[in-house]
Each structure stands twice: as C-alpha cells, then as structure tokens.
Ligand binder design. Structure first.
Ligand code: ARG
Length: 471
C-alpha cells in the first residue's frame, strides 16, 4: 500500500508522514486478543454516547445514529461477519473505524471527551468482572458437589496424613469439607475484589480529566458499576484489579492442584481409595494395565501458568511511572489465559468429583497399616493416670513391638499389652477402634460425626445465602 495513504487510515495518523513498519504493526497490535472485549467496548461506547447527549455535547439524533451503528457492529461480530484489521491496532479502533464507515462523520464524534486510556480500562474492568462472576458460579457448583459427596460418604473413614505419613484416622467427609472451606474463601475473595473491580474510569480521558462537562456517574449507572474513579491519573493507570483477579485465580488453581494431588495419590493402587471415572482418565499407549489420572495432572500442571501470569503482570507494572504506559497492554493475555484455565478447571473438577467412587475397603486396609490409633492408646493411658510424656513413651514401645510382629495395635492380646503397662485393661480395644477414634473428636471443627454434620449444615446455609444473593 502507498505509505501516505496507509498512514491516513490510522485514526491517530494526523501528525504522521510515514506508515508503520509492518513488523512494528504486528508487534504493537492487540486486536488479536483484545477483540474478546468487543461486547464491553460497545456497551461502554453506548453509555458514553448517551451521556454525551444528556450533557448536550451531542444531539439526540447523533446519538441515535451512533447507537444504531454500534448495534449493527455487535451483530456483525457475533455473526462472524466483522473484519478485524491488525492495521487498526486494537478492538477500540476497529470498532470506531467501522462505526464511521456505517454512520458517516457522526461516528467520529463518539470519542469526544474520551481517550483509549480510560476506554480500555473500562472495557477490561467490565470483562474481568464478568469472568470473576463466572468463577463464582462454578465455585458454587464445585462446593455443592463436595458437600454432597461429604454427606453421602460421612460414615467412611480413612487415614489422615501429616508429612504424607499416616497420622490419625479422619472421616472422608472431614477431608472433603476442608476443600469446601478453601473454595468458599475463594468465592468470598471475589466478592471483596469486585468492590475494586467495578469502578468506572470513564471520564478520566487521557490522564487529566477533560474540559467537556462529562457526567461519569451517569455512565457508571448505565453500566451497572457501583462507583466512579476519584483521580483521573489513577483511573487510567490502575491495574490492581487485574492483579487481584490473577491472585484469586492462582489461589483457586493452587487449591485445585492440591485436590488433584490427592486424587492422583488416591488413584494409585498403593492407596486405591478411589475409582477414577473412565471419562476423566486416559490409558497408556504401551502398558495395557494403566489408567492414568491425566486430567488431575494437567490441572496440577496448569497451576504453574496461572502463577506465572500473576508474576508476569506484577513485573510489568513494577516501576511504571504515571499515567498510562503502553506496557499495560500486557495485562490482557495473562488474564485471558488465567480465565480460560480457572474457568475450565473448576468446571472439570466439579464433574470429576461428582463421579469419583470411594473404595471403603482400601481405606480400611490403609487404616490398619500405619498405627493410626497410637495417639488413642497414649490418650487411653493418660486416662488411666499416666503422665502424657510417659504414656507417649510406653505407646512408642508397643508400636515397635507390634511392628516387629507385623500386626496392628488392636491385634495384640491383652497379655502382651500388659507387659508394657499394668494399667491396660480390656476396655483398651474400644479406645483402639478407628471409628471410635473419629467419633471422639467432637471439638469445634473436629472430625467427629456431629462436628461434620455441623460443617455440612454451615456449608448448605452458605450455599443458600450465596445462591439467593449476588451470584
Ligand atoms: N491496546 C491498548 C491497551 O491495551 C489500548 C490503549 C492504547 N492507548 C494508547 N494511548 N496507545 O492498553
């Protein structure tokens, strides 16, 4: 294309004589990824145009033409008929260019009192907010599934681990409800972050505000945003809202990846606590016996990229002077990537947890393997008046003895036990029973059945509240 003609097609081409180098055009354009913001861009432009009319800056007729044009563009995009042009840099200029094509010179009035700096900040805030709401919906779904599984499996017990060594028996419900707590916190974190995401920056213009008598509150109201910016320079350069979203996304992924790790371990034949549904596992191309937990592994792996996206934007923003800098264009791809990862992972985890079957026999077998009732024996001895340190020592000796014999503590005869302490009586076998060990832990938040029921009720109540609330 003739260089002079090309430069005049740029919306900012007035002061330029030469056209952009092709490599630079490719390098600086963002339309490849920010076209995802088209709906927000159009909604923001409509709100801006209506406000311009209300303030007497544009005529009613002009605004009607602009709105009509924007509606037409939205249709074209949704029907895949819109031609995105890299030479027009970004979503904003692609849409504005097409608007002028459709409605003529009046299209050029839309940008009055506005800059791409406040425009992109608005679009992205709306987009991030929408994605966060989707995460909330899927978190609700996952929490519901986990609570249902906890309730269904409330009577199953399995080894609880510390250092991944068998520690004490816990109920399966208690284990699942720990994840409920994590995902509820993630949900609450989003609610809190939305307060800072849902702030309209429109009206800040390039950085200093504008001479037109704008009404930013009217724009915010039309878009359903709760607040407006307080400082024009902050409005165009603040990306905290993206950082917060990326942090929340990373935290969700970390929670998911911990659950994935449990799934991977539990599906290992050495544990055998779960049967993975076929739809969520894959086979090996060489070893016919294999059923691999690939879905959980990929999810665990994807956590790395979410954390990377957070670090990437933190690093981009470090040391940027006020106000807008083009570096900030680098906020979009990390977030779009994190959104895809978080949203899909949450949905998949909900379905996988719904279909997982638990193998009670394997859990019972594992309980017998790690002397998980040793604390119970020590506590039993304390109950018989032996100081805890001594009780701990005696129990250690009994464990070593049972280990040599290759049996559990509960398999030792009373005669054998009495060699270690005369205080041990027949009632010791009640203390050594695994189910009893779980039942006795009714302290608040403990693994006892009543405590677990209280947690389930709490979660059901939380879900009712959130479903009726802002979800
Ligand atoms: N694509 C740009 C971004 O994402 C839009 C804003 C451009 N503003 C500018 N002054 N060049 O940040």
């Amino acid at each position: 294309m003739d260089a002079k003609k090309d430069v005049k097609t740029k919306l900012w081409g007035g002061r330029f004589k030469e056209s952009t180098a092709p490599l630079v055009e490719e390098y600086t354009q963002s339309v490849e990824f920010d076209q995802k913001l088209y709906a927000e861009d159009i909604a923001g432009s409509k709100a801006h145009a209506r406000m311009l009319a209300a303030q007497g800056i544009l005529s009613q007729e002009e605004v009607e033409q602009i709105i009509e044009g924007l509606n037409q563009i939205e249709k074209e995009i949704e029907q895949g008929k819109f031609t995105w042009q890299k030479s027009l840099e970004d979503v904003h200029m692609n849409i504005e260019h097409r608007l002028t094509e459709l409605v003529g010179p009046v299209g050029q009035k839309l940008h009055t009192g506005r800059s791409r700096n406040d425009q992109v900040a608005l679009d992205f805030r709306l987009h991030v907010s929408k994605c966060l709401s989707l995460w909330q919906d899927t978190l609700i779904d996952l929490v519901t599934v986990l609570v249902d599984q906890a309730e269904k499996n409330a009577d199953k017990i399995l080894p609880g681990y510390t250092h991944l060594q068998p520690a004490q028996p816990v109920s399966l419900a208690q284990h699942l409800l720990a994840y409920v707590q994590m995902f509820c916190r993630d949900f609450e974190r989003i609610l809190d972050a939305q307060k800072r995401v849902r702030v309209s920056p429109l009206g800040a213009a390039a950085l200093a505000g504008t001479t037109y008598p704008l009404n930013p509150k009217m724009v915010a109201d039309e878009l359903g945003l709760d607040e407006i910016f307080s400082n024009s320079m902050d409005a165009v350069s603040d990306r905290d809202f993206v950082l917060e979203a990326l942090f929340i996304g990373s935290t969700i992924m970390i929670h998911l990846s911990r659950l994935c790790e449990e799934i991977i371990l539990w599906a290992n034949p050495g544990f055998g606590f779960i049967y993975l549904p076929d739809a969520f596992a894959t086979g090996s191309s060489i070893m016919p016996q294999k059923k691999n937990p690939d879905v959980a592994e990929i999810m665990r792996g994807k956590t790395g990229r979410s954390v990377g996206n957070l670090i990437s934007l933190l690093t981009t923003l470090k040391g940027l002077p006020l106000a807008y800098n083009r570096d900030m264009q680098e906020d979009k791809e990390p977030f779009l990537d994190t959104h895809k990862t978080v949203y899909m992972s949450l949905q998949i985890m909900a379905r996988m947890m719904e279909e997982i079957k638990f193998n009670e026999q394997a859990m019972n077998r594992a309980l017998k393997e790690g002397f998980l009732n040793a604390t119970e024996l020590a506590d039993y001895l304390v109950g018989k008046g032996i100081p805890f340190r001594q009780a701990h020592h005696i129990t250690g000796n009994i464990v070593a003895y049972a280990e040599r014999k290759g049996v559990g503590l509960e398999d030792l005869a009373i005669k054998e036990l009495k060699q270690f302490s005369e205080k041990i009586e027949e009632d010791v076998y009640i203390a050594l029973d695994f189910k009893q060990a779980v039942s006795r832990r009714e302290t608040p938040g403990g693994t006892g059945p009543q405590s677990v029921q209280r947690q389930i009720q709490w979660a059901r109540q939380w879900l009712r509240q959130k479903n009726g609330g802002s979800v």
